[in-house]
Design a protein around this ligand. Structure first.
Ligand SMILES: Nc1nc2c(ncn2[C@@H]2O[C@H](COP(=O)(O)OP(=O)(O)O)[C@@H](O)[C@H]2O)c(=O)[nH]1
Ligand SMILES: [Mg+2]
Ligand SMILES: [Zn+2]
Length: 312
């Protein structure tokens, strides 16, 4: 039998079959995936084969299907181990607010580059538009222009005033989605708006200060009443961590990737090399300055502690 892992608590995996049956499964002995040094062999979103155990309603997982993508987090201790937070994600929504809290472009761009590195399509949601005055609306429009031009879909919503919620539902239908963004941007409120039965706690700031949570929280996948899933990752700030190599960062900026072959040097890092097509594009305005600055920041950032939140 085949199903998708919707929850994992360490030793038990909750598997949902295509028909919607829920089976609690275990793994027998050590089940190791080659290539990934991870503390957990199976994660939420994994497609698995399983057999039912005799004389019980439980199952044993016998096989994991190849993952199309996955997001990881480093273990808290300094070993090289990682923890896989979730797999097979169709899209990740970055919730952005320009005030209360303010989301900076450097945060947006780091997030988008990370999504590119994970091969997960990213969509930008501007929330709380009910609060926007003319100045913020203009600022938002400029950002949308920048991000749409490089291929990122953007949507304006208000979780409180129910603006464009149906559009969001259409985007989420039959897909596995994740929400991300700074604390306070309205992730829980928006999830509750699209799926009131989940009844997530909102404006909950205390959870973030519990450092220990990083080791004990598990992602969970909820089915949406209109079709599709949402993965909730309680207590996990941000979006996992990618160790960027300097010479690949540009590949995670679509507009840089698109023109890098025009640089004189094929190992150009677009800093101050001669005849650099990227720098030229920044000068003539084809590449947004804010994007280029974010790119340079990522280049310089190699020793950054993964727990540090740029925003704070
Ligand atoms: N005005 C307005 N407030 C919102 C909106 N969405 C969320 N909020 C408020 O923003 C605060 C933080 O929301 P919450 O969902 O807890 O944010 P989270 O930390 O991203 O999960 C709460 O007080 C919400 O009521 C919105 O669309 N408009
Ligand atoms: Mg929340
Ligand atoms: Zn260059």
């Amino acid at each position: 039998m085949k199903g998708v892992v919707i929850k994992s608590t360490g030793s038990w995996y909750t598997v949902r079959t295509d028909k919607g049956n829920i089976i609690e499964c275990r793994i027998r002995g050590k089940f190791r995936l080659s290539g990934i040094k991870s503390t957990n062999p199976i994660t939420v979103g994994d497609i698995v084969d399983f057999e039912l155990e005799k004389n019980s309603n439980n199952g044993v997982i016998t096989n994991i299907h190849d993952r199309k993508n996955y997001i990881i987090r480093k273990s808290v201790n300094l070993s090289k181990q990682t923890h896989i937070i979730a797999a097979n994600i169709d899209q990740v929504f970055l919730l952005v607010t320009l005030e209360n809290p303010q989301t900076f472009t450097s945060f947006i761009d780091r997030f988008l580059a990370t999504a590119e590195a994970y091969s997960i399509p990213a969509i930008i949601i501007f929330n709380k538009i009910d609060l926007y005055n003319k100045k913020l609306a203009d600022q938002k429009q400029q950002l949308e222009k920048i991000y749409r031009a490089i291929g990122y879909e953007c949507l304006d919503v208000s979780a409180v005033e129910m603006i464009n919620i149906n559009k969001l539902k259409v985007m989420m239908k039959d897909k596995v989605s994740m929400f991300s963004g700074h604390s306070g941007v309205g992730k829980s409120t928006l999830i509750n708006t699209i799926h009131p039965e989940l009844d997530l706690k909102t404006a909950n700031i205390s959870a973030q200060h519990k450092q220990g949570q990083h080791t004990t929280t598990f992602a969970e996948m909820f089915s949406l009443p209109f079709g599709g899933y949402i993965i909730d990752t309680p207590g996990i700030k941000g979006f996992g961590v990618v160790d960027f190599e300097k010479d690949e960062i540009g590949d995670f900026f679509p507009e840089i990737f698109a023109i890098k072959h025009k640089c004189k040097f094929n190992n150009c890092l677009h800093i101050n090399e001669p005849k650099c097509a990227v720098k030229l594009a920044v000068e003539n305005g084809t590449i947004a300055k804010s994007r280029y600055i974010s790119y340079l920041q990522l280049l310089e950032d190699e020793h950054e502690n993964y727990r540090v939140d740029n925003y704070l």
